[in-house]
Each structure stands twice: as C-alpha cells, then as structure tokens.
Design a protein around this ligand. Sequence first.
Ligand code: ZN
Ligand code: FE
Length: 255
Amino acid sequence: MLNIHLVPCLSDNYAYLVHEPTTNLVAVVDPSEAAPVNAALEKHRLKLTHILNTHHHFDHTGGNLDLKEKHKARVVGPRADRDRIPGIDEDVGEGDIWALGPAKAKIFDIPAHTKGHIAFWFEADKAVFTGDTMFAMGCGRLFEGTPAQMWSSLSKLAALPPDTRVFCGHEYTLSNGKFAVTLEPTNAALKKRMVEVESLRTAGRATIPSTIGLERETNPFLRPTSPELRKSLGMEDADVVDVFAETRRRKDVFK
Ligand code: ZN
Ligand code: FE
C-alpha cells in the first residue's frame, strides 16, 4: 500500500508525497515550491523519483525544475497542457494507466479550471489526486472552460467508489463549507461536517483527505439535483448544468 504524506506549501496549497514501500519509488504531487518538499523528504528519509502535476498553474508546478534538477526526478503531467508544464518528461491523458512500481493510477482528463487538467486515481489504494478541480466542499474556478465541462469533470470524480480518499490542491474547506451552508442550511451531513472542519481548523490541522462519499453528501457542486439547493437558488425546474453554473457564479462573488 502507498504511504501518502501531506506537505503544506505557500499559504494554503498542499503537495503530497506518495511513497511505494516495496520499490521505494516516491512521487510528489503538485509541488508548489521545492523547500517544503525537500524538508518532508528528509523527515521521512525518502528519495524523490517522480513529480506529478495535475495542471500547469504556478502554485502546482513552481517546484518542478528545482526538484527535477536536485533529485533527477521524472516529470509527468497533462498531455493537453504539455507546453505549459515546466520540465515535463512524460504526458498522460484520459484512460492512461500510469504506474509507480506496482501502484497503478488511472488518469482522468478533468478540464475546465485549466484546458489541461488531470486526476490520478490509485484505485487499489482508494486515493484520488484532484488538483484544483474538486476541493473539499468546493470546486475550482472556471478559468479555461465552461460550466458543462466542469460538470462533466466533477461527474467523473463523483462516480468513483465512495470510500475513495480525495487529496486536493488547497485548504479551502472552511470557506467552501460556509458557502455550502447558505444553499443547504438543513443538510445534516453538511452541518456535522462543518463542526468537524471548524474544530480541525481551530487546532491548525488539515481537513484533507476527504472522501468521495462525503463530497457527494456535502459538496454543493456535486448536488445540483438537491431540492433544497435548487430552492435556495430559485431554480427548481432548471437543467442540472444550469444549476451547477449558477452555484459556481454565486461562489465567485461569495464573501
Ligand atoms: Zn489552479
Ligand atoms: Fe491552485
């Protein structure tokens, strides 16, 4: 089984060390910067072999070149954005299987936040790395895609088994949850989760990983069929994508 270590970077980013213990292969997912990744490698006495990027944004790839040079690590990223991934050696896309030794990851294309954005799903380890597409109780902004594209991307992730752990790119959970509550004030799973999230954040702890099952119950961006959410938006009879789009628009201006 993989060992996954969370590495806080910048102000609210998470990179992850993914260690395959039988081969000692070690990948880092979305290294914003090299220094905290190097510190985590030392702390866990690991040697970096791979760099995995979900998308090209600097807060997910800023450490690529320094880490690649220092560790001679191989950089893997989205085929659709190959030209924008610093130091890329290997591109992957929808349906590909990428392997860290015996640990196999299925690749999903999940565009809309950026033109090229991928998820790595380690099925046997029940873990998916979702970058800035799915957050805990949230989703990424639509910088380079449409609401229909983002809905399709999120739907691929939501279809994974409910016990799949969700490792996302940022600690946005508390503010995402505050927005979610405005749309589904009587959602019991959401209320329960907010109590847990508030106590974790008060203690300075991460709210990650989430699970796909918990996201389905509490993430408003996965819930455009929820009667309460539709009522809050005044969109009882609207199309699912239109409800999703309005939810995203409201979050864009939520304070
Ligand atoms: Zn991003
Ligand atoms: Fe980001």
